[in-house]
Design a protein around this ligand. Sequence first.
Ligand code: ADP
Length: 275
Amino acid sequence: IEARYSPLHNGSTTVTGGLIVLRDVTRQRELERLKQEFISIISHEIRTPLSSIRGALGLVAEGILDDDPQTAKEMVSIANNNIERLVRLVNDILALNRLESGQVDLKFQWCPVTSLVQQAFSSVEALATAHQIRLEATVPDNLWVWVDPDWLVQVLVNLVNNAIKFSPSQTAIIVTAETLASEAMIRFSVTDQGRGIPADKLQTIFGRFQQVDASDSRQKGGTGLGLAICRRIVQQHGGHIWAESELGKGSTFYFTLPCPEQKQEEDIENQESFV
Ligand code: ADP
């Protein structure tokens, strides 16, 4: 509680009373604390790749590696990877900020789930191949959803990306989507056979910069914001997102979307074709 006292005068200098204003500033303080915490995390997240870039390019610039072009090349590649990480970080911070401040105007349209999954798979194909991971989809052909396709594909990309990063090679990732008629919703799932997530982290990982191990984001090239972005996008579509997992066996991320009244065939015909 913040208290402010103002004396009341009777026109001259005599104080005839006083006014005390009490204000509950708990929420304001909490917001301020969160903002400070966010800024200090971001500064750290930016500083780490910047020092790697400075270190790597410094060695090349000083000419120390002039006789060792192979190592010089590796240093440039380290600098490059860190620059890409910074770009991803800035893009994710901006996306999350736009989503959280309500600046995103979702462009809803009817989309076939098969195309959304296909688009997501194409974006992560290179990573999956590099990790020798099989991507599989079990999605009914006639399943359509009322979504903003760009943002929904982003959710799938983030979830499949994580599944790839935290799975051993030669395993599979399975994406499914089905209608839960009793609950009038469509449920997506992304299942991996990776290392799993401890029960006490299943909820916290949807927060900004929350990881199971402090080094996860950095080691696997992530930004620590992927799941926070997924949660916001799913919420803005009116759905929920959560994870279930068994340590050492794998994890499944689920998210739901409400089904508006049954899709009408004419709606789809009238809408610009989905690409
Ligand atoms: P990032 O992957 O960039 O670190 P995310 O918000 O996408 O950030 O994920 C947060 C954390 O959740 C990861 O750092 C990791 O610890 C954990 N995590 C996410 N997906 C999985 C998964 N499929 N298997 C195991 N751990 C996961």
